[in-house]
Design a binder for this molecule. Sequence first.
Ligand code: AP5
Length: 226
Amino acid sequence: MLFMCHQMAMKKEAQDKIKAEELRKAQAGSDIPIIWILGGPGCGKGTQCAKIVEKYGFTHLSSGDLLREEVASDSDKGRQLQAIMTSGALVPNEEVLSLLNGAISRAKGSSKGFLIDGYPREKGQGIAFEEQIAPADLVLYFECAEETMKDRILARANAAAVKRADDNEATILARLKTFKDNTNAILQQYVEKTLTINANRPVEEIFLDVVQAIDCVLKKKQKVSA
Ligand code: AP5
């Protein structure tokens, strides 16, 4: 029985690898942009993504939202994820990447572009994504003061009908620490395709910079595929 389970797991792993390789090949040379959205907790990633979706019709995949959907299923795995998220730590990458991979595969074909919000959160995640899914075309990093991020999350929590389990002072501090410990290495790794945007400004002002960067990537992609 144990042997059979092992065989089945190996077969699934091999199938997943083939699927990922097909996806990676299809994306190479594709004119659909993949944009990573980085920044600390509460810097405004989700807010800017909503505006990008409105303007460009891209597919918004938030790693946090995908994880919260899993948590809402109330499975054993969901409970484990919830515990990690409430501690402010990072969920193991296999979980996050597999959720993203599934969502990208489902949207592929009809998508005009992908916004990968809250990923990568450490260097290894970026490497795994580019190896297994596709290279990112652009990295938007929303740089924001810690106090501002904290205040924004607390304001969101106060206004929410249903408060997020990780939107409390203690978890916010832990989330900020996790962010600080990992982000420099990611930024150094992707210097050439990263645009750092000052996120200590009003939403509309930030969005002007976002639009400029996305228009530039779209133009580049169109040129390559022409
Ligand atoms: P996730 O859900 O991604 O949370 P986060 O990164 O902490 O970010 P938030 O969703 O809280 O904020 P945001 O930057 O989207 O800001 P928003 O636009 O909402 O991740 C949660 C957890 O899941 C992680 O801690 C981790 O455990 C796990 N996880 C997620 N991804 C993972 C990964 N890749 N690997 C491993 N684990 C992972 O704005 C916040 C508030 O501010 C809103 O009220 C908004 O209206 C307001 N606001 C926004 N912009 C402005 C502005 N310019 N001016 C004034 N107010 C503004």
